[in-house]
Design a protein around this ligand. Sequence first.
Ligand SMILES: [Zn+2]
Length: 419
Amino acid sequence: MTKEILESQSKKLEEILQYVNTNSSYYNRIFQENGIDISLIKSPGDLSVIPFTTKDDLARYNDDFLCVPKTKIADFVTTSGTLSDPVAFYLTDKDVQRLANNEAEAFRCANGSENDIYQLMTTIDRRFMAGLAYWMGARKMGAGMIRVGPGAPFLQWESIQRFSPTVLIAIPSFIPRLIEYAEANGIDYKSSSVKSVLCIGEPIRNPDFTYNELGKRITSQWDVQLFSTYASTEMGAAFTECQEGKGGHLNPDLLILEVVDESGNVVGEGEMGEVVVTTLGVEGMPLLRYRTGDLCHVYYQPCDCGRSSTRLGPVVGRKQQMIKFKGTTIFPPALFDVLDMVPEIDLYQVVVSKNEFGNDEITILLTMNLETALFKEKLHSLFKSRLRVTPALQFITAQELNHLIFKQEKRKPEKLIYL
Ligand SMILES: [Zn+2]
């Protein structure tokens, strides 16, 4: 982090502290209750006197975070709510512009330019912030966009052939389905116009930056460059990989980042900790020291691309999603990674439940056509060698499984559920 960045962040931090002290009933109360004198907080290093804001705080006091009258809200969004009810998030016109700046910068970081055409394979409605951000970002950068939305492989290929997009914006686990569809229907995907995929919502790399099984599966079949991103509604900003593929770059104009250990202390170069953000320049619902629950490795050293901004490795897991399974601690992405290794598996859902003793149980739902002794043995030994655990397997019809994974009211496929 350069001196210029630090000075600019410090100035924006002072502004946001004044602003929330006056306009956010939640933070005004926190400052009073904890006897915090905000005039003493001069730079990101002084932030530690402010308590963390948790997901629970945000859910419980949702509207207390809002700093403007409701008539000033331009867009109403909600968080994804994987583990809890979705929380409301309010964006003013200025916040929507901030989102556009964030995404234009993210596209550029992933080698994008005004000459690119993006094909959007996520929803732009359903109170989803990211879809809006992509569209605004493309407008800001001057690139074109084809809004196809999720699923619909036929329409995706028809759009690719018709409009020649250069970049796909997609949940990476959808790409193998797209390739399969092309193969089954004689579409020459290998010579298509697509040169890269901006991957959202799921990691495509291991913590050492090599491709994980999903990343390998895609790139072994199709010569496209994958760029991973990490973002959330609460941050209103994205960490995006450059062509080096060594972690997502922080946009220091939009966020102050802290990566902390169990005791709340900042971790060192290459270490793993929980991602904590303070949002800069937000008008509707600014957040101070927000604990995302996401665990990532952090890199402070300058990147080979020339940027000196801090980078985050792939999300290893969510703190609340840690599974204690027969004495082993695992995160769901490690289970997905094993399942993504198996070419026969097209669809799966991981179900985490508690047994009568309060311990976690893991069941993998798969399609019935795989229910053979040979396959079960193969999968069991794969899990045992990779993770030293053997989850229960349950087989149901493809139709039932499809129904469980692709729910109408959900914005993303449900690869993981908690009972
Ligand atoms: Zn870089």
